[in-house]
Design a binder for this molecule. Structure first.
Ligand code: FAD
Length: 386
């Protein structure tokens, strides 16, 4: 399939070469075992891919979200699933932009070398869902510690991470002027927290995505693990969420190209009624439409990356990129499954696996409805519905 060459060919080729050592069979087997792609993530770490955004002075490559997004796109385009490791990229952004010099010196070189993994971010709670400012998890300062109590749900990669960024309320909602105030973010060292105030319950789910329910019962965190100023955590986490949405947009674009590649090849080869099925316009048009939509979503992804890297407001573009890309990859997935006929359901074709994987992004990290609501109310200034 032809795609427009860009200035990232060197990164693309390096990631493609690495991914080539982890072919479809590898990802299929991991999916069947509901395992974690340890060897693949280790190889990405060793190659410096997951430290792309760490400044060179801390041992990383000093690249931006733009380049990081190319890495994630290529993983998904190769048939893999960057969901196993994308957390490190956007969590890094939060630490980089809002962490103290001491925190950066302490963590970043070890993350760059692969000695530490920062793959998890704990925001969502069972009782509040998308209504994040109503979170019930509290962190109360007691001397040189914060004591955390509460619960989180759908917190990914905890079992394969050493550190987590946690959002908790430090001032009760009734005592703040704006509901977005009074929340703070912390670095939680999972190696010491689990079993000592923090319990993890894995959630089996439709995708092979390692995700968990977390329970905090008087978990103690050293006060120095607070990131930035107390009470401003929601603003800090939004930066991370914008990075996350943009990276996931790039992953969906990678998925979209993967589906289009696969289905294009298949419909050229598959002969029914004496001719390739791809000769029928009823087959061609949904594939062509998906390609148009993936290409269009890609433009918004570059715009979001550019704004994020220039430290400009990018909430609208990050959300719109994620919306367009997740929709485009889902339509491409549908066309790919449909035109593989029965074979689309056979695991050995990998279509059903990628189909499940890309479906997640209509719901997480933010659902399509909430993006529409954001655009309606924050961009178009329509009356607030909540
Ligand atoms: C596999 C997986 C991994 C995840 N990983 C993480 C993670 O690492 N860290 C983390 O913090 N979270 C994580 N999440 C959580 C994810 O971000 C949330 O599931 C997502 O934001 C939706 O929240 P919810 O599930 O509470 O849905 P709800 O908020 O309960 O919403 C349910 C549905 O109702 C709709 N809805 C809700 N309110 C409105 C409204 N006002 N108008 C219109 N429609 C509305 C939504 O569109 C949605 O489809 C993960 C989720 C999954 C499934």
């Amino acid at each position: 399939m032809k795609s427009t060459p860009d200035k990232f060919q060197e990164i693309r080729e390096a990631v493609r070469a690495l991914c080539a050592d982890y072919p479809d069979e590898y990802h299929r087997e991991i999916d069947e075992q509901r395992g974690y792609p340890e060897a693949f993530v280790d190889a990405l770490t060793k190659a410096g891919c997951l430290a792309a955004m760490i400044p060179q002075e801390y041992g990383g490559s000093g690249l931006g979200l733009t380049e990081a997004s190319v890495i994630m796109e290529e993983i998904n385009r190769s048939g893999g699933n960057a969901g196993a490791c994308h957390g490190q990229m956007y969590n890094m952004g939060t630490l980089l932009r809002h962490g103290s010099e001491a925190q950066k010196k302490d963590y970043l070189p070890k993350i760059a070398s692969g000695d530490l993994r920062l793959q998890s971010m704990g925001v969502t709670e069972p009782g509040t869902g998308t209504d994040t400012t109503k979170i019930k998890t509290t962190a109360v300062k007691k001397g040189d510690r914060y004591v955390v109590n509460g619960q989180k749900v759908w917190i990914s990669r905890i079992q394969h991470s050493d550190l987590m960024i946690l959002l908790a309320r430090t001032t009760p909602l009734v005592d703040v002027k704006k509901k977005s105030e009074g929340m703070s973010i912390f670095v939680v060292d999972l190696r010491t927290a689990i079993g000592k105030g923090m319990t993890v319950r894995p959630i089996r789910n439709m995708v092979n995505h390692e995700t968990n329910e977390l329970f905090f019962d008087n978990l103690e965190i050293p006060a120095q693990n607070l990131i930035g100023e107390e009470g401003k955590g929601f603003r800090y986490i939004l930066d991370g969420l914008n990075a996350e949405r943009t990276l996931i947009a790039a992953e969906c674009i990678g998925d979209g190209y993967w589906f289009i590649d696969r289905v294009t090849k298949y419909v050229k080869d598959r002969v029914v009624f004496g001719r390739p099925i791809g000769q029928n316009q009823g087959v061609q048009f949904p594939i062509a439409e998906s390609y148009i939509e993936v290409e269009a979503a890609n433009l918004m992804r570059w715009k979001a990356c550019e704004l994020f890297d220039a430290h400009q407001p990018c909430g609208a573009e990050a959300n719109m990129a994620k919306y367009l890309a997740a929709k485009a990859s889902w339509e491409a997935a549908n066309a790919c499954l449909q035109f593989h006929g029965g074979f689309g359901f056979a695991s050995e074709y990998d279509v059903e696996r990628k189909f499940r994987e890309t479906r997640l992004y209509q719901v997480a990290p933010i659902s399509t409805n909430l993006i529409l609501s954001y655009v309606a109310e924050h961009i178009l200034d329509l009356p607030r519905s909540f």
